[in-house]
Design a protein around this ligand. Structure first.
Ligand code: 5RP
Length: 223
């Protein structure tokens, strides 16, 4: 099976976690796009969704699924999103699509986090994928030095020759060279650095379940 087919498989499998009658939290990325496409078959059974990005909002609305603002609704039963890396404890690296801040907000608003990913995302130690960190632009150079002191190399993410600007008007640093053994401690530490908006380690908001697409089908990991 191709990676695209594995993404379709887990996107469809995630439908069984959507609670009829309840608003669902929706993440961002190519795997979530498969979930959104599958969700259209349930659109008459749910009031709608809370979305984590402009891109997902546009895709949901184009399919006729109502999108609510996070502030309009209370706690959500379930949030469904992809990951760039996930470890055996359900801790993740996210933000490859630059949507990490809103993703963490909607995840925090949800009782359970269902991660959907192909099997290439399962790792022993987080950190091989460049860690996305959303930062206030005026702090980016100092934060690059702080990551260097941890042994990392932080680069401002670029698009068309200029820094990429997130949905929230901020920059992304992509940090290589880190091995994140204690994900909870690392997330807490970096969150305290002035100018950090969101670090792409999801340990405090870890996955409750991971639906992993493999050649032999969907493997379910419960955390
Ligand atoms: C976006 C994310 C995505 O969930 C992550 O990058 C995985 O994306 P994909 O499903 O395209 O591999 O965190 O900010």
């Amino acid at each position: 099976m191709t990676q695209d087919e594995l993404k379709t498989l887990v996107g469809q499998a995630a439908l069984s976690y959507v609670v009829p009658g309840q608003i669902v939290g929706v993440g961002t990325g190519s795997t979530v796009n498969k979930f959104i496409d599958a969700l259209v078959t349930m659109k008459d059974q749910i009031p709608g969704a809370v979305s984590s990005s402009v891109a997902s909002t546009e895709r949901l609305q184009a399919l006729g699924i109502r999108v609510f603002e996070a502030n309009e609704v209370g706690e959500l039963a379930v949030y469904i999103d992809g990951a760039d890396e996930i470890d055996a404890g359900g801790h993740m690296v996210k933000g490859g699509g630059a949507a990490l801040t809103r993703e963490k907000i909607v995840a925090a608003q949800s009782k359970s986090f269902v991660c959907i990913a192909d099997e290439s995302k399962l790792v022993q130690v987080l950190g091989a994928f460049p860690l996305p960190v959303e930062v206030i632009p005026m702090a980016s150079a100092r934060l690059q030095r702080q990551f260097a002191a941890l042994g990392g190399q932080a680069l401002v993410r670029m698009k068309d020759g200029v820094p990429l600007v997130t949905d929230n008007g901020q920059y992304i640093l992509d940090v290589t060279g880190l091995k994140i053994g204690d994900a909870l401690a690392f997330e807490s530490q970096v969150n305290q650095w002035p100018g950090v908006v969101t670090v792409g380690v999801f340990a405090h908001q870890k996955a409750s379940v991971c639906l992993l697409g493999t050649a032999s089908g969907v493997r379910t990991l419960n955390f």
